[in-house]
Design a binder for this molecule. Structure first.
Ligand code: C2E
Ligand code: MG
Ligand code: MG
Length: 736
């Protein structure tokens, strides 16, 4: 820093500081060296002031010695008569000669003295100039240092702080502030130093000194107290700044803001300092622009990283980030017995939503589910969406699979409430697989694979299930894959068959109809019931194909039998329709076509649907069911009592028959609750004019109990097992 009272060169063109100073310095040096040579100092280097003083001393000592010698000689010649000069020198000449010598030497001494004085003056001027140049050099180097410091910092906040610190070092400021342009024509203080009163200030362009600087882009120097009325005398408060400077921060012709500095009270800034601050402002603006650019790039980079690691629909972590979290959880030091578990869940029948309502509706459901999931998972546990309808949850610090299952139960409970898509309300379910660390899975990938396998097993066991991984499952999964291929083959090569299970009136024992049940005549495994392969068919996307085939085959078979045996009046043919098939817009036309082709009366045909299918998309289901009803076909609600039974569905949908699920029949002789429920359904059916059929009657006691509860119809192995087509003919003959 330069001292404030050191003299400074007055005119110095901006940007040419170094060039001007060095050439001025060289000129004055040449002058001094010439003067030194004239004064008799023949050194090759610029003489010092000390050397000049020494020379002066020598000169005067010599002059005085000479004068003394001359005076002594004169006195001797004049006073002592016996001192005789040589006869050829007349005394007058001798005296005259001595006097002339003295005068000449004095003149020489005076001349030398004058030259030495000029040299002294030059040397002093040179020293002053050197001091001033040193100050300028120091200023320039401070500027360069400041620019370097500002450019080294990349964080905008820190850049602003560094600018104010450097300005303070450069100009010994009392306080300062940086205001940046905000929006259109406004300045806002973003950083302050010292006790600046600019904190939080907002100025329009043209308002106040900084506003004017922003408008004109010209630096401003203020001397004296601005608005003295704001600083009441003797108030004891802080003293007002007596001088201040404001410079624009412009980078590549764009105004970024204004830098303001205030001098300590009593001090005043000069125009030269204003120029220095302007130069500094240019560097500061470049540093601010750099920091902003860096910040933008950092933001962009972090956005890219976010996008690479998240599912952008639900904003949940994606597979990559989830695996990382699982790995981290596995590598973390934990207490003995504390384990890491993964829940892998998959929304059941989600494909139906996408297919029937479109992807936007599907997205809405996924977002809604992700939001619900967030509410039921502990804050430390990670969640993820893997794309499609697959989600995963990481649970840390469980002690057993049961702990993880408790979380899974909580997640399943999230489905008790319907999901809203626009105006529609939809009930969904999910299958959850659980894998707990150990059991040969120590890496994140292995753990996830196990949870996925368990989830697939859950799917094949029906919907809305939770299954914990077991080691045999991988082999099972492989087998399942093989099985899927075989099923496709079976469908194409006539290995499927339809069996018919009769349904009876419990009061009279009369057959009222048959339910068509699909069977697989497996070449190696023998005859397989529907429950052994339909979940797989669903996963393999073969369900609708199977349904269609069964419907046509059953109608054809029954119609063909009629040539042999007459069907009892009102004899029904009940065919199961899968939820996927019920959503299919072509279903109604298919049914109508089959009825036309086979000649079965629509009133004989019953389509059995499950509650899940109704709940999935109730509006669409209602439309399809009404169209089916319009054909004259009956609708039965199968497996009633399981799933999310809502009695209100019985009123909302055109249901003719309710089939009470086997679990209630199972418990009817032992469980009072089951009995009460069957009774309630029977009464309700009577009230709503809906027929009630109890399924899965295996014992006489169950049949008796149902009859006692006045359940009108029943079906089950006790009454009759399911019969192949040939067996059905005999059965009908016996019944008629
Ligand atoms: P469901 O419609 O409730 O059919 C009754 C199931 O219970 C049949 O199993 C039947 O064999 C079995 N069952 C009958 N009486 C008894 C009994 O006394 N005790 C016990 N424990 N079970 C009995 P199946 O054939 O394995 O069918 C299972 C489910 O698969 C059916 O349940 C039905 O929902 C579905 N299904 C069967 N065939 C088809 C089909 O062609 N299309 C569709 N979409 N689903 C079908
Ligand atoms: Mg059924
Ligand atoms: Mg059933």
């Amino acid at each position: 820093m330069h001292s404030p009272d050191a003299p400074r060169p007055q005119r110095m063109a901006k940007g040419r500081v170094a060039a001007v100073t060095s050439s001025g310095f060289d000129a004055s040096r040449n002058l001094t060296e010439r003067a030194a040579r004239i004064a008799g100092l023949r050194s090759f280097e610029t003489p010092t002031l000390e050397a000049v003083e020494h020379r002066r001393l020598q000169l005067w000592l010599l002059t005085l010695s000479l004068l003394f010698a001359a005076v002594v000689a004169l006195v001797t010649v004049t006073a002592w008569h016996d001192v005789r000069p040589p006869a050829w020198v007349p005394p007058i000449v001798l005296r005259g000669g001595l006097l002339a010598t003295v005068i000449l030497f004095c003149a020489y001494a005076i001349e030398k003295e004058l030259q030495l004085r000029r040299l002294t003056k030059l040397l002093i001027d040179e020293r002053v100039l050197t001091a001033a140049l040193t100050n300028r050099l120091r200023e320039v180097s401070t500027l360069l240092e400041a620019a370097k410091a500002m450019n080294l910092v990349l964080d905008l906040e820190e850049v602003l702080r560094t600018i104010l610190e450097c300005a303070n070092e450069l100009l010994d400021t009392h306080d300062g502030s940086i205001m940046l342009v905000h929006g259109d024509g406004e300045l806002r203080t973003v950083s302050v130093s010292g006790s600046s009163g600019a904190r939080g200030a907002r100025l329009k362009f043209g308002e106040g000194v900084a506003g004017q600087v922003a408008q004109t882009r010209e630096p401003v120097l203020v001397t004296g107290v601005l608005e003295p009325e704001k600083w009441p005398a003797g108030s004891g408060a802080a003293q007002p700044p007596t001088s201040s400077m404001s410079v624009p921060l412009v980078y590549r012709d764009v105004l970024l803001g204004v830098l303001n500095v205030n001098a300590a009270p009593g001090r005043a800034y000069t125009r030269h300092q204003l120029r220095a601050l302007s130069l500094f402002g240019e560097q500061a603006a470049a540093a601010i622009a750099n920091a902003r650019l860096y910040e933008e790039q950092r933001l962009l980079a972090s956005q890219n990283v976010y996008q690479a690691l998240h599912d952008l629909l639900t904003n949940l972590p994606n597979r990559a980030l989830f695996l990382d979290r699982v790995n981290h959880a596995l590598s973390r030091r934990r207490l003995p017995g504390q384990l890491v578990a993964i829940l892998f869940l998959d929304l059941d029948d989600f494909k139906l939503i996408n297919d029937s309502l479109g992807h936007a509706a599907g997205d809405e459901v996924l977002i809604g589910f992700a939001d619900r999931l967030r509410t039921c998972v502990r804050s430390g546990d990670a969640m993820a969406r893997f794309g499609g309808d697959e989600f995963a949850v990481l649970i840390e610090d469980v002690t057993s699979a049961e702990d993880a299952a408790a979380t899974a139960e909580r997640i399943l409970a999230l489905f008790a409430e319907p999901f809203s898509v626009g105006e529609r309300r939809m009930w969904l379910r999910a299958s959850i697989g659980i894998a707990v660390e150990g059991l040969g899975a120590s890496s994140a990938e292995a753990l996830l694979r196990n949870a996925d396998t368990a989830k697939n097993v859950a799917k094949t066991q029906g919907k809305g299930r939770i299954v914990t991984f077991e080691e045999t499952m991988h082999a099972d999964a492989l087998q399942r894959l093989e099985f899927e291929g075989e099923l496709q083959h079976a469908l194409e090569h006539g290995q499927l068959a339809v069996h018919y299970q009769p349904m009876f009136s419990l009061a009279h024992g009369r057959a009222i109809g048959v339910e068509a049940l699909v069977r697989w005549e497996h070449p190696a495994r023998g005859l397989l019931p529907a429950s052994a392969f339909l979940p797989l068919a669903e996963q393999a996307g073969l369900m609708v194909q199977i349904d269609r085939w069964v419907l046509r085959r059953a109608c054809e078979t029954l119609q063909a039998l009629r040539s042999d045996v007459e069907l009892p009046t009102g004899f029904l043919l009940s065919v199961n329709i899968s939820p996927t098939h019920l959503q299919d817009a072509a279903l109604v036309d298919e049914v109508a076509q089959v009825l036309r082709d086979t000649g079965i009366e629509p009133g004989r045909l019953v389509l059995e649907i499950t509650e899940g299918a109704i709940l999935l998309d109730s509006e669409k289901t209602a439309v399809h069911l009404n169209r089916i009803k319009a054909l004259g076909v009956k609708v039965a609600l199968d497996d009633f009592g399981t799933g999310y039974s809502s009695l209100s569905h019985l009123r909302r949908f055109p249901v003719d028959i309710v089939k009470i699920d086997r679990v209630f029949v199972d418990g009817i002789t032992t469980d009072k609750g089951a009995g009460a429920l069957v009774q309630a359904i029977v009464r309700l059916g009577r009230g709503l004019n809906i027929e009630v059929i109890a399924e899965g009657i295996e014992h006489q006691a169950q049949a008796d109990a149902l009859a006692a509860l006045q359940c009108p119809y029943g079906q089950g192995w006790y009454l009759s097992i399911d019969l192949p087509a040939e067996g059905l003919a005999d059965f009908l003959r016996r019944s008629s």
